[in-house]
Design a protein around this ligand. Structure first.
Ligand SMILES: [Zn+2]
Length: 546
C-alpha cells in the first residue's frame, strides 16, 4: 500500500488527486493513505468493481486512473497517459503490467505470462479513462468479482471508443507466494465466470482460454526458460481446476445466492408525502447540498391549492424538483384512499405491529384505529384506478418525466389494487406499513416504510438506518411536514433541525457505502440484478385498462 502510494506521489505529472477506497481494513491503511495526502473513503462493499466505481464517482478530475494497492506505478505513467489522450484524442489507455520476479517462484511464472501480453489485443484491460467515457458506459459491472476489467474494456471497444497504449508500466508486487494462494483466488473468481461469459460471449471465451495466441507468439520465451515453463503448466492447471470448482459450486448452489452485490450494502430512500410547499422550500437546499435525490409524491388535484389546511407545492415548485433530478411520483389525483375490509385492516395492522420498533408501536396503534373510522373512502375500484391514472398522465404530460412510483393515499391498499398497479405502468408502490424491505423477498407493490412523526427523533431514525446498513435492507423513510415550528401540533411534523441532523448522518453513512437513491432507481437496479424484466414502463396514456 505505502509502496503504491509512494509511486503515485513520485509521478512526473503532479496535478493529481488520490482517492483510496478502503473496506474496513484492520491494518493502518487509512493512516498511511492520509500521510500520502490521499482522500480516504471507507466502504462495506466487498467487491472491487463496486469499490472502483465508487472511487471514480468521488473524483473531481477529467481523467481517472485505477490502480490496485499491490501495484507500483512507474513515474511516467500518468504523464504519458494524459499526453496520449490530450494530443492524440484517445478515450482510454492500457498500461502494461508486469510482475516483480523477486517475490517467489510463482511470481517469476506470472511475469513470464504477463510479458506475453505486452502487445496483445485480447488479454488487455484499460486502466486509465476519460471520466465522461467511464460514466457513459456505466463503469464496471458490479455483478462481476473477476474479469470486470476485461468486461469494461470489451464494452469500450464495442461502443467504438479509442484505446491507446503507453510505454511506462505497472509492476505487480502482490503476486502469490504459494500454489495454495493461486488455488484459493481462482476458486473465488470461478464463481462468477458464468456471469462474465454471459455478458461477453465471444471475446470472453477467448480471453478465458488456457491456450492463448499470445503464448504461441512468444514460444521462444518458454523454450528459453524450461523450469519456469514447467511451473507455468502447473500454474495453469491449478488455476483452471480451482476456477472450474468454483464455477461448479456456483451452478449447483445458484449464482444469485452466492453472489449478491446488490445486497452488499443497505439502501435508504427518502420520500416526501403530499409535498407541502413549506416542506419543499425547507428540504430542497439541504438535499442539494449533500447531493441526495429523493422521491416526492403529491395528489395532482391539489397542486398549488390548500390540502388538509396547508398549501401544497406549486407548479413551479414541482418543476424545480424535476430540474434538481428528484423523482416525481404519483399519490393519486384526489387523495381519497381505497376502502378496505376489516380483514385487510387487521392484516395491515399485524404487519406494522411486527415491523415497528417498540417505541413506535403505541403510536401506530392509535393511528390505525383513527383510520378505521375515516369516512371518505373509495369503494369503487374502477373509480380508484381512474383516479390514479389521471395523476400519472398529468405528471407525465406536464413535467415530461416518467411517473413509475406510487404511494397509496393514507398508505392503505387491498389485494385488488395491489395487483393492478403493475398493469398501470408503475414499477413499485409504497404503503405506510411499518418495516424494512428485504431484497430476497421484495414485494414491489407493498413497500414498507419508517415514517417520521412529531415524536421521531434523529436518534431513533439513526437506529433505522444502522439496522438497514447492518442487515443490508432497503429502508424507506417518509416525511410529511418539515418545518420550523409545529404551531398546530400536526401529527406528522419533523423539525427542520432534526431533518438537517439526519441528512448529515446519512451523508456520513454514504461514505461508508450506504446507498441513498430514489424509489424508482432502487427498482431499476433491483429488476436488472434479479433479472426480472416483466415490469414494463410506459406512459399512462398508452395503457389499456381492463
Ligand atoms: Zn398523503
Amino acid at each position: 500500500m505505502a509502496k503504491c502510494l509512494r509511486s503515485i506521489k513520485n509521478q512526473t505529472y503532479k496535478n493529481i488527486e488520490t482517492i483510496v477506497v478502503d473496506r474496513f481494513s484492520k491494518d493502518k491503511t487509512v493512516e498511511i493513505a492520509k500521510s500520502y495526502g490521499a482522500k480516504v473513503f471507507v466502504t462495506n462493499a466487498r467487491e472491487r468493481s463496486v469499490q472502483k466505481n465508487f472511487g471514480v464517482k468521488q473524483s473531481i478530475g477529467k481523467y481517472a486512473y485505477i490502480v490496485d494497492s499491490d501495484f507500483i506505478v512507474e513515474p511516467e505513467v500518468i504523464e504519458e497517459a494524459v499526453k496520449k489522450c490530450e494530443n492524440e484524442n484517445y478515450d482510454a489507455i492500457c498500461i502494461h503490467n508486469t510482475s516483480d520476479p523477486t517475490i517467489s517462484f510463482w511470481s517469476k511464472v506470472k511475469k513470464l505470462e504477463r510479458d506475453c501480453y505486452k502487445d496483445d489485443e485480447l488479454n488487455v484491460a484499460a486502466r486509465f479513462f476519460r471520466k465522461e467515457v467511464f460514466g457513459a458506459i456505466g463503469g464496471f459491472n458490479e455483478s462481476l468479482v473477476a474479469g470486470e476489467d476485461y468486461d469494461l474494456h470489451n464494452r469500450l471497444l464495442e461502443k467504438g471508443f479509442r484505446i491507446g497504449r503507453i510505454k511506462a508500466q505497472e509492476i505487480h508486487i502482490g503476486e502469490p507466494k504459494t500454489i495454495w494462494e493461486i488455488a484459493r483466488k481462482h476458486y473465488y473468481y470461478g464463481k462468477t465466470i458464468g456471469e462474465f461469459i454471459k455478458k461477453n460471449p465471444r471475446r470472453g471465451m477467448k480471453q478465458l482460454s488456457p491456450i492463448r495466441p499470445a503464448f504461441i507468439r512468444h514460444w521462444k520465451k518458454f523454450v528459453r526458460h524450461p523450469i519456469l515453463s514447467l511451473g507455468f503448466i502447473i500454474y495453469q492447471f491449478v488455476r483452471y481446476f480451482s476456477a472450474g470448482l468454483g464455477f461448479l459450486e456456483s451452478v449447483t448452489r445458484g449464482r444469485k445466492e452466492m453472489h449478491t452485490p446488490f445486497y452488499s450494502q443497505g439502501i435508504v430512500t427518502l420520500t416526501f408525502d403530499d409535498c407541502y410547499e413549506e416542506t419543499i422550500n425547507n428540504v430542497i437546499s439541504i438535499l442539494s447540498k449533500y447531493k441526495m435525490k429523493a422521491t416526492f409524491y403529491f395528489p395532482t388535484s391539489f397542486i398549488g391549492k390548500k390540502f388538509e389546511g396547508r398549501k401544497l407545492v406549486s407548479e413551479n415548485g414541482i418543476k424545480k424538483l424535476v430540474k434538481k433530478g428528484h423523482e416525481i411520483a404519483s399519490h393519486s389525483h384526489s387523495h381519497i384512499p381505497v376502502s378496505i375490509t376489516l380483514l385487510d385492516n387487521i392484516h395491515r395492522f399485524m404487519i406494522s405491529f411486527l415491523g415497528s420498533e417498540s417505541e413506535n408501536k403505541l403510536n401506530f396503534l392509535r393511528r390505525s384505529i383513527k383510520f378505521f373510522f375515516k369516512k371518505n373512502q373509495m369503494k369503487n375500484v374502477e373509480q380508484y384506478i381512474n383516479d390514479i391514472l389521471k395523476s400519472k398522465t398529468t405528471i407525465e404530460k406536464r413535467y415530461r418525466v416518467n411517473c413509475v412510483s406510487f404511494a397509496f393515499p393514507d398508505g392503505v391498499y387491498n389485494n385488488k389494487v395491489l395487483n393492478i398497479l403493475q398493469r398501470l405502468g408503475f414499477t413499485s408502490a409504497r404503503t405506510s406499513d411499518i418495516g424494512y424491505n428485504h431484497f430476497k423477498k421484495l414485494k414491489p407493490y407493498a413497500l414498507k416504510v419508517q415514517s417520521w412523526d412529531k415524536c421521531t427523533t434523529p436518534e431513533m431514525a439513526e437506529k433505522w438506518v444502522k439496522k438497514a446498513y447492518r442487515k443490508k435492507l432497503w429502508l424507506i423513510e417518509v416525511f410529511h411536514l418539515v418545518g420550523r415550528e409545529n404551531n398546530d401540533n400536526y401529527e406528522y411534523f419533523t423539525s427542520i433541525y432534526h431533518f438537517k441532523k439526519h441528512i448529515e448522518f446519512l451523508n456520513k453513512m454514504k461514505t461508508r457505502g450506504l446507498w441513498i437513491l430514489p424509489q424508482k432507481e432502487v427498482m431499476e437496479i433491483f429488476s436488472e440484478i434479479s433479472g426480472k424484466k416483466e415490469v414494463v414502463v410506459s406512459p399512462a396514456s398508452k395503457l389499456v385498462r381492463k
